[in-house]
Design a protein around this ligand. Structure first.
Ligand code: DOR
Length: 449
């Protein structure tokens, strides 16, 4: 049994794993030598003399990667602690193979002030485990009208800005916010859905027509993507599109590439492989924003990843209570829990993608997007490591989730890839699903709601 060593010195040798680090062009068996929480060497073979102060972790059979960073999660604190707390969300992140997450600001109240950013930083530190990076709202209350205190939030630790959950309503607000922060490294993360389609409950297509439900067409996403990319071009602000769902949006991204506009984009495991026919029997629990689209859209997204047009994976972890999901269409909460299935489900959707690209999209590219440490195991880097078994089939059983959200469209599916190890700052916080060596094993009880 490993991971029981609670010493915080972070001196460990991770021995016998296949180390895949796209930034280093490395794919080989190496020992990752970690001292005081940092990688100090990647050695061929096992070190001859083992330091008595140092724990040796056997990683034979695992792929060891720079820690996976999920740039898009919803942690529901403050406001909806029955759906998720920072502690339960970070436990889910560790169980799912992530060493870091970035938390969206659509809490109640929203994270739109420096104090609320600082409170999330404090809460996450107290929870322990994976790093948690706040994303500040672009606009006050996420209402799209008044620019939030962006510089103050950046100073308090916000790594990006987004009104996610909805597009920033006013072009003028978005444009001025981007101009005002063009010199800051924090990118804008766009939720691309035209607000005039807010009444839609699913993708507009044959299934919505058959069911007689209001649908949102791909252009509702692609038009806002084009708008925001034009703002990025005009302001030179670093920009990223969240959860791209439509083939038409991929076309907009291809145009942006051709025009040399610096914009990146992410895709979720559900948009890569699930389509709107899942809702054909009025399955309101499969509602998500943006919605599950057509099979042709899922194919276009997989092609966009293969072509390097989409370079970031994100879970869009959006936990809700089971009763909040099992409701009539108009009332069902939108989104699903994602952290504990995202890695496996994404590998499942993209069986042909080279392993180095998978790792880049889960680690190197999100680190570069958010300007956060990690994304490589080069000596001197933080010892944040994700270990995977590539062939360890398991079946998704939401009852076992650490997240309070137990609704996922992937329930009952069997996946080959399984997160095996999570190391943060040299400390093992998850091994084979066991979090018992980490502070996350005992999340503090919360009285507030
Ligand atoms: O489905 C979604 N749920 N999409 C979003 O953008 C927000 C999220 C949530 O917060 O529930």
């Amino acid at each position: 049994m490993i991971g029981v060593n609670l010493d915080r010195s972070g001196n460990r040798d991770f021995v016998g794993g296949r180390v895949v680090d796209p930034g280093l062009g490395l794919d080989a068996i190496r020992t990752i030598v970690v001292r005081r929480g940092k990688v100090v060497a990647l050695l061929e073979g096992a070190p001859a003399a083992i330091d008595a102060e140092c724990e040796r972790i056997d990683c034979a059979g695992m792929v060891l990667c720079p820690g996976f960073i999920d740039p898009h999660v919803h942690l529901r604190e403050p406001g909806d602690l029955h759906k998720e707390t920072v502690a339960s969300g970070l436990a889910a992140a560790a169980a799912g193979g992530f060493t870091a997450v970035a938390a969206m600001p659509n809490t109640r109240p929203p994270i739109d002030t420096p104090d609320r950013v600082a409170a999330l930083v404090r809460e996450a530190k107290a929870a322990g485990g994976p790093h948690c990076y706040p994303i500040g709202a672009v606009s006050v209350g996420r209402e799209g009208l008044e620019i939030a205190a962006l510089r103050g939030m950046a100073a308090s630790g916000a790594v990006a800005f987004s009104d996610d959950g909805a597009a920033t309503r006013s072009l003028k607000t978005l444009y001025n916010a981007a101009r005002y922060t063009a010199d800051l490294p924090q990118p804008f993360l766009s939720h691309c859905e035209d607000p005039s389609f807010a009444d839609a409950v699913m993708h507009e297509g044959a299934t919505s027509e058959k069911l007689g439900l209001a649908g949102s067409p791909p252009v509702a996403e692609a038009a806002i993507a084009a708008r925001d990319i034009l703002v990025a071009q005009a302001t030179k602000k670093a920009w990223h599109l969240c959860h791209v769902s439509a083939a038409q949006t991929v076309e907009v991204l291809r145009w942006a590439r051709a025009a040399c506009i610096a914009v990146t984009a992410e895709v979720t495991p559900h948009h890569l492989q699930l389509d709107d026919e899942r809702l054909a029997g009025f399955q309101a629990r499969d509602r998500v924003n943006p919605p599950l689209r057509s099979a042709a859209d899922t194919a276009a997204l997989r092609q966009a990843v293969a072509d390097g047009v989409i370079t970031v994976f994100a879970s869009d972890h959006a936990p809700h209570g089971a009763d909040e999901k099992d409701a009539p269409f108009a009332h069902a909460c939108v989104g699903f829990t994602g952290l504990e299935v995202a890695v496996a489900a994404t590998f499942h959707a993209l069986p042909q993608l080279p392993l180095a690209v998978m790792v880049a999209n889960f680690s190197t590219n999100p680190a570069a997007l958010l300007h956060v440490p990690g994304g490589t195991l080069a000596p001197g880097s933080p010892a944040d490591i994700t270990g995977l078994y590539l062939q360890r089939p398991w079946t998704v059983e939401p009852r076992d989730f650490r997240s309070k959200g137990r609704v996922t469209p992937f329930a009952g599916m069997t996946f080959a890839v399984r997160p095996a190890l999570v190391v943060v700052g040299g400390n093992v916080i998850m091994r084979d699903g066991d979090l018992s060596a980490s502070a996350l094993a005992k999340p503090a009880a919360k009285a507030k709601t």
